[in-house]
Design a binder for this molecule. Structure first.
Ligand code: ZN
Length: 214
């Protein structure tokens, strides 16, 4: 009888020991996983536009399916090449505008770009002309930025339906976020930039362009 009790106790001790090591090893595993977390890659969602039915589709592939135009997967904040080499509106900004224009047309609204890419020389001329009109560089910069600050010479800004059609531009202000387009200045109803990824919310507007430089 005593022998049986001893065997019972030894068996219990062994089971407890094994259980203890099992818990110890799995908890070590948990801890070590925390120290070496599995890297998760963010999924970039490319938004594509169908000009035949003006619908937007999203894909996690790098390319839009045949026949759809890409609108991109992020805000357009920097052009790919040095500013001196840029001669046109950034292709994705152009695609976003073309998509918005087609969607606006199906709502009976005509959108058009009145000024997109501007050379440094052109922007410099416009800034200097604005100084004459407004009386100082500070006042001028609220309306036309100096060439080294404006996004127009980078192909990253468009003026839409200026000067005669604020109503058309209002359509873009209300609907542009679907296409990654935002009005960015409270004093310029015509100026739009690709400030967000398509489908995100546009940030609050700055009072004017000069405030953004601060
Ligand atoms: Zn502008």
């Amino acid at each position: 009888m005593q022998w049986a009790v001893k065997r019972y106790l030894v068996a219990t001790a062994l089971i407890l020991l094994v259980a203890f090591f099992a818990v110890f090893i799995t908890s070590r595993e948990r801890i070590s996983l925390e120290y070496f977390p599995i890297e998760t890659k963010p999924v970039r969602v490319l938004t594509c536009f169908s000009s035949s039915d003006t619908s937007l589709r999203v894909t996690t592939e790098n390319l839009c399916p045949d026949g759809l135009i890409p609108l991109g997967s992020s805000a357009l904040v920097e052009s790919a090449t040095a500013s001196g080499e840029i001669k046109e509106i950034h292709p994705l900004l152009q695609n976003r505008f073309d998509a918005a224009k087609a969607a606006a047309l199906s709502d009976g609204v005509h959108l058009y770009i009145t000024s997109g890419f501007r050379s440094y020389a052109r922007q410099k001329y416009l800034f200097e002309r604005e100084i004459q009109i407004r009386g100082s560089e500070t006042e001028a910069a609220k309306w036309v930025l100096p060439p080294n600050f404006s996004h127009h010479p980078h192909g990253l800004a468009i003026d839409v339906n200026y000067p005669g059609d604020p109503t058309g531009a209002k359509w873009l202000e209300d609907n542009g976020s679907r296409f990654g387009l935002c009005r960015v200045y409270a004093n310029e109803w015509w100026h739009f930039e690709g400030a967000i990824a398509p489908g995100e919310l546009c940030p609050a507007m700055s009072p004017n362009a000069l405030v953004d430089l601060g």
